[in-house]
Design a protein around this ligand. Structure first.
Ligand SMILES: [Zn+2]
Length: 172
């Protein structure tokens, strides 16, 4: 279920890099006492966008989004690119996405195993969205596909996992 917009989470979202738990300062604690209550890890940092996350695009903010908000999935092959056009790093957000995600298990370990090597999204259209214009909006379920055993014709299977949900606020 999607987290309500405008909650404290949006302002103080932290994430455990050990188990993926997301919460507020109150959940994880302050300073030296900061720990994940679920797994005990001290690797708790601000939530950051990553491949496979979902970006919600509002009508009027992109030509292909007209009557109601649409979901786009962040691609891993075009991630945190910088075109030196003043917008800062951008991600490729794919509408009508079919998203390959090879891990399928727990959250990516971004230190040793970047998720961008495993998430490949096809579909379109695909706006480049500045990371600075993303606002964290909770967690959402997204369907991905992976190889059931090995790459072969008809060998894909779908599965669903929880990912970060972001609102795109162009120019803000
Ligand atoms: Zn944890």
């Amino acid at each position: 279920m999607d987290t309500e917009q405008g909650s404290d989470l949006e302002l103080y979202a932290l994430e455990c890099y050990g188990c993926g738990r997301v919460g507020t300062l109150e959940l994880f604690g302050m300073g030296w006492n900061r720990r994940c209550p679920d797994c005990g890890s001290g690797e708790v940092h601000a939530v950051r966008v990553e491949p496979g996350d979902v970006i919600l695009i509002q009508p009027g903010d992109y030509y292909a989004v007209k009557d109601e908000p649409r979901r786009a999935v962040v691609d891993g092959s075009h991630f945190a690119l910088n075109f030196d056009d003043g917008r800062g790093p951008v991600v490729l957000a794919v509408l009508a996405a079919s998203a390959f995600r090879g891990d399928g298990g727990g959250r990516s370990n971004r230190v040793t195993e970047p998720a961008d090597e495993k998430v490949s999204v096809s579909g379109g259209p695909c706006p480049f969205v500045p990371i600075a214009e993303l606002r964290y909006a909770g967690q959402t379920d997204q369907t991905f596909w992976r190889w059931a055993d090995r790459p072969r014709a008809g060998g894909g299977e779908n599965y669903t996992r929880s990912v970060h949900l972001w609102r795109w606020e162009p120019g803000r």
